[in-house]
Design a binder for this molecule. Sequence first.
Ligand SMILES: [Zn+2]
Ligand SMILES: [Zn+2]
Length: 273
Amino acid sequence: MQDFTYHCHTNALGIFDGRNTAEEMIARAEELGFREIGISNHLICNPHVLEIKNMNAIYFGDYNQVEDVYKRNIEDIRQAAQNHNIKVLVGFEVDYFNDPEWLRFFEKLRARLEADYYIGSSHLVYSSDYKAIIRPLCLLERPDLITDDLARNGLRNHWKNIMAAARSGYFDFIAHIDLIKNKGFCTSPEWDELKLELIETLAETKTPYELNTKGLRICNETYPSMWFIEQLARRDVPVIISDDAHSVNEIGDHFEEAESMLASVNYSVRFHL
Ligand SMILES: [Zn+2]
Ligand SMILES: [Zn+2]
């Protein structure tokens, strides 16, 4: 069974959305006999996320203010690692925005942070010009925020954004590629063409993706679904199992089940940093 995780979160600085400290997460991985743990708190910064002021503290809107936060987060993890024998890596789960302004910001930031790896992710819905960015649930609950463009292209842009993240070459692997289903979006067959385009993009760029077991805790299905996994297995796209743990008791959660899913399609290409 995979004995490491690269996708988990801490509660560092009173900002990040995990429920345990780096120290506690590392100790738990050690206790489980894991050979390494990578901690990947959220890196989400974009001034065009609407309602950012009412959102969770992990969302930042000012490109000039975040470097210090992310550096302190790295320091917090490196410090905690010193008390343990297990190998500890520091990464970030980065919300990707396929927009020139954001790309300039991230390019600069990345050069200044000494992180070990980056996970590319997409949690939001985007207007075509990336000037209006909303949470998926706003499509249902906040008609006042929905422009014509968001209504028509927002979900499509969500999938296109994941493809762009894969093509960017910034990321070691891509997180929870069909996450949007957890709010009930994009589950009908009319979305298959776009999903296949994403599958082909991952295959063509040889970008690894994760089999994220958090879906089992949220919507009774892994991210991505078995349908995706079969398609990606056929194309030999490297896969890694992630727990997306936000607390110590979620580390390694459902890894056995994830292993069985991969074995059922004779998955042969696994990703490791
Ligand atoms: Zn995520
Ligand atoms: Zn996560």
